[in-house]
Write a protein that binds this ligand. Sequence first.
Ligand code: FA5
Length: 349
Amino acid sequence: MRERLELLRSEGLASIAEAEAEVGLKAIEVELLGRKGAITGLLKTLGTLPAEERPGIGQFANQVKLELSGALVEKRQILASSALQAELAADGFDSSLPGPVGPRGGIHPINAVTRELEDLFLSMGFQVVDGPEVELEENNFDALNIPADHPARESHDTIWVTPEEQRSGDGSGVVLRTHTSPVQIRALRKYGAPLRVVAPGRVFRQETLDATHEHTFHQMEGLVVDKGVGVAHMLHAMNTLIEGVMGRKLETRLRPGFFPFVEPGFELDARCPFCKNGCKVCKGSGWIELMPGGLVHPNVLRACDLDPEEYSGYAFGLGLSRIVMLRYGIADIRWFMSGSLSFLGQFPA
Ligand code: FA5
């Protein structure tokens, strides 16, 4: 068996040395070392040898296998480097050209519109401010004139961080913010008046999901507090915003709306661009609820140590995810958080 192994080794090394391409090397590898290869086959008959010869032959067979594998690796390197040399020497090869470009990421459509809106409001003298997504009950509700027993709390389908049995109703509970309005409180307490801010960000609600309702969605809060601020100022800001995002005037309507932190309160709806007479986006009404707003309630100003006799203000809460749907013609809000690359790939950087 030793002679047979020696023969396989010398023949194998010679064939490897002669091989001129990867296909040849692969064939030699399979023929000698493959599952049905000559050396593997030989090793299977090891058991037929007298017991005292087995260890020596086994050791030798392994050495031959190692030698052949090493020769294959070495020859592959030689072939690869001569292929590269040939390519470099060929006519028309320009080593200064950039390499192949991999797939490029894009900007999420919500982030793209957020950035545009931030620029628009910065140009109108607003500050862009931020607030935490995990928020105190005090800022999300109490300071916004929504006390513990107020029915408006229920409409928000709050996701609580504080377990029910530990909630004392004194504003110390912790929630995932249900809207961006708590940033009004944080900004007013931090900067005082006069103040002009927008605060885009993620909000969370326990919702029944459909084409326009997500559990995690984006809003953008707007707040202006100064002397002599009124509804006309609010309407101007709202319309500028919509025109800025859509690049054109949208048909809108204003109707009364109730929010405890504004008085009077309004709802601004936009004409549904997906249909004329009703679809699953506008649920048959022909209108999409886009942006509530109103004049800041005196109790909110008081909660932030401001005198409502001296200051007034307006606030609005844009449904950012929904306006991005309108902007790009996206008929289902659930695409935004779907992580679907076929969806996101449509918004290149
Ligand atoms: C509020 O959240 C108030 N904080 C808005 C506000 C701010 C009023 C300042 C007055 C002054 P509302 O719950 O209606 O209000 O939500 C505001 C907007 O967010 C809606 O008009 C809608 O466009 C959007 N929205 C509400 N719920 C969802 C949801 N589940 N999925 C996607 N968008 C939603």
